[in-house]
Design a protein around this ligand. Structure first.
Ligand code: 1HE
Length: 258
């Protein structure tokens, strides 16, 4: 698949790595990059079980390419925001789980992109900001929906109104990242996690990406029913039966504390 020069893709067995590769502009997201992210996810090889979303250089992403913004009319702005929504939905509700590696600036649209991933590994250099308030604009890449789910509406409002910047440790405590590692360790950790995810039954991974978030947002009455249906579908698969047999016959790993 043809990617723009601002993206790099690599395959390691069942794991695909997609890298933002525009370090001289702090991986600011211009239109070709966002469209390219969509093309990458649309064209994923069927053998790929997990995607790791990484970045070249010291920063994950400085967000929307501000140099593109001034040219747009109001109506074009709606179309642009909806284009980001479509692409980021391909990440969140795609075929495989996505692990993002966060470092340096994770700002504006960079947070929006990170929030569409399923697992976030942050290096200690990571910092988070929503400078849209200072720029006179509003979030447009899904942050108003996804970020409150991570840190709450009140904290997001503070970030936008006051320009508050959270560091990596705070981001970890607040739930922006799932894992916090030393600088330079993010990709290694993400690949380790991706290996574990790839070893799951595909039915479970599907259920976690597609059923869990919908159940969590559903009215509990519908949610419980959806859960029961999903549980039955998962346990009915041949793979689940073999995995359960393997445990009972002491061939499978036990749960260990660490
Ligand atoms: C950019 C962008 C960008 C850097 N669009 N070109 N995002 C922001 O408001 C963040 C704006 N950026 C910054 O505050 C800083 O660049 C950083 C804190 C991220 C990094 O600082 P630093 O000192 O490492 O780099 P720099 O010198 O500021 O930037 C290096 C180059 O990247 C420089 O270009 P150059 O040609 O002068 O070398 C910068 O202009 C360029 N650059 N960030 C375009 N964002 C769907 S709605 C989403 C809404 C948003 O995302 S709003 C938030 C936008």
């Amino acid at each position: 698949m043809a990617l723009p020069e601002t993206l790099e893709a690599e395959r390691r067995g069942e794991i695909a790595i997609l890298r933002l590769a525009r370090p001289d502009k702090r991986n600011a997201l211009n239109d070709p990059t966002v469209v390219g992210i969509g093309a990458f996810f649309a064209g994923l090889h069927p053998d790929i079980k997990v995607v790791v979303l990484d970045a070249v250089g010291d920063n994950f992403s400085a967000g929307l390419d501000l140099s593109e913004l001034s040219e747009r009319s109001t109506f074009e702005g709606i179309a642009h925001s909806m284009m980001w929504h479509r692409v980021f939905e391909q990440i969140e509700l795609g075929r495989v789980p996505v692990v993002a590696v966060l470092k340096g600036a994770v700002v504006g649209g960079g947070i929006e992109l990170a929030a569409a991933a399923h697992i976030r590994v942050a290096e200690r250099s990571a910092y988070y900001a929503l400078p849209e308030g200072q720029r006179g604009i509003f979030v447009g890449g899904g942050a108003a929906v996804r970020v409150p789910r991570l840190i709450g509406t009140a904290r997001m409002a503070d970030m936008m109104l006051t320009g508050r910047v959270y560091g990596a440790e705070e981001g970890q405590a607040l739930g922006i990242s799932h894992y916090l590692v030393d600088n330079g360790q993010g990709l290694g950790k993400a690949l380790e996690l991706a290996g574990k995810i790839a070893a799951n039954s595909p039915v479970t991974n599907f259920a976690v990406i597609h059923a869990l978030p919908r159940i969590a947002e559903a009215n509990p009455r519908e949610g419980f029913l959806m859960e029961a249906l999903m549980a039955a579908i998962a346990q009915g698969s041949e793979e689940a039966k073999e995995r359960l047999r393997a445990f009972l016959e002491k061939r499978a790993k036990k749960v260990t504390e660490f």
